[in-house]
Design a protein around this ligand. Structure first.
Ligand SMILES: *Cc1c(COP(=O)(O)O)cnc(C)c1O
Length: 383
């Protein structure tokens, strides 16, 4: 069955639905037992609200199908889905390798907090390929990748790195938010932890925060679940319900966003003010062949490099946009734009751009309207 069909059917055979199409929202901390004998037993398998109710089961089931996982842990934000597996696998004295294009707050967590627990982070060039072998130490515990990175769109050769990691007994983690589990399935490539900010495409409406961590191997699942339980992680049932609702239409939204983003990217490529369009599905992208080999499509997030201009003109361009909102996050039904300078945080000297970087998240508006909006706003740069 295709993912479109799977996402329509997932989680709808849970007990207790009483014929409803969607699972109910149960608000529960205490769960009552019929018999005192069961209070400390193993049956029933649900003992307390933190384990989640029917709606959580349904959502985990949907993500299991999407990521082809055997288990999924839900977390209260995408960022917590990045930090939880690191805390699950790392111990004092460990060393981890993190891609230099990683989501900024994940980087901050590693540099300012993992270090307090004696875990050292070293960054690698996302395009390093199997030369990452030179950075592997006896105490390297995990390799954390993000492909493509959500600002600069550089891709990583995940299969090459997974092969080396496996040979050295190192855990691999991938932040899979860009592909949304739809266009790339890390677990099928041997990755141990596939992470998503479900805040983005699964939610699709810019109004819920959630993260997911998908695992397949029994060993990774056991470590993650143990830490998940012990740390008190939990997501609200209403939020779980909203994300599941979003997933029913995610495939349709993604198809449309993929098409619209490509149309906008192709138009931008011909514009005189643009130095480079960074979209993995364009043949001009430096990692296009990797994308073609490993991915089945592209989402609606990409970046562009403007011809060198002063900051004031960049701000004038952004302020002139009418249909693009200015704001962080992405994956919602509405288009967004931000400017950013990845050079300020990166440490590997792996990123250089000719001019200012703009990131666009293409929503569900008509792409012709979005192009017209970009055209009038770009005219600010010539003024
Ligand atoms: C947004 C994002 C996150 C964090 O998700 P939140 O739900 O906003 O905490 C993590 N990784 C990537 C690549 C993201 O874009």
């Amino acid at each position: 069955m295709s993912d479109h069909t799977k996402m329509i059917r997932a989680g709808r055979k849970e007990p207790g639905m009483q014929g409803a199409v969607n699972p109910p929202v149960h608000r529960a901390s205490t769960l009552l037992f019929e018999r005192a004998e069961d209070l400390y037993g193993t049956a029933p398998d649900r003992h307390y609200g933190t384990q989640g109710m029917v709606v959580h089961d349904a959502l985990r089931e949907a993500f299991c199908q999407l990521e082809q996982a055997s288990s999924v842990v839900l977390t209260h934000s995408g960022l917590s889905a990045c930090t939880l597996p690191l805390l699950s696998v790392c111990s004092a004295g460990d060393h981890i390798l993190v891609s230099d294009n990683i989501y900024g707050p994940t980087r901050k967590f590693c540099d300012e907090h993992l270090i307090r627990f004696g875990v050292k982070t070293e960054y690698f060039n996302p395009r390093v390929g199997d030369r990452i072998a030179e950075q592997i130490k006896p105490e390297t515990r995990a390799i954390f990748m993000e492909s493509p990175g959500s600002l600069t769109m550089e891709l990583t050769d995940i299969p090459a790195i997974v092969a080396l990691a496996k040979a050295n007994n190192i855990w691999t983690l991938v932040d899979n938010t860009w592909a949304a589990g739809w266009f790339f399935k890390p677990l099928l490539f041997g990755v141990d932890f596939s992470i998503q900010a479900a805040t983005k495409y699964p939610c699709g409406h810019a109004d819920v925060l959630m993260g997911t961590i998908a695992t397949k191997s029994a060993k990774a699942t056991k470590l993650l679940k143990s830490y998940d339980r012990a740390s008190g992680n939990f997501v609200a049932p209403d939020d779980a319900w909203l994300i599941l609702r979003g997933m029913r239409t995610m495939g349709t939204r993604l198809e449309r966003q993929q098409q619209s983003a490509l149309q906008v990217a192709n138009w931008l490529q011909k514009h005189a003010c643009i130095a480079q369009v960074l979209h993995p599905a364009l043949p001009s992208h430096p990692d296009h062949m990797l994308w073609k080999r490993d991915f089945t499509g592209a989402s609606g997030l990409f970046s562009l490099v403007l011809q060198p201009v002063c900051e004031q003109k960049v701000l004038a361009f952004l302020n002139a946009l009418q249909l693009f909102g200015l704001g962080f996050s992405w994956g919602g039904f509405e288009s967004l734009a931000i400017h950013c300078d990845p050079q300020t945080v990166r440490t590997c000297d792996s990123w250089q751009a000719q001019g200012p970087l703009i990131r666009l998240s293409i929503g569900l508006e008509d792409p012709d309207d979005l192009i017209a909006d970009l055209e009038q706003a770009l005219s600010q740069l010539d003024k």
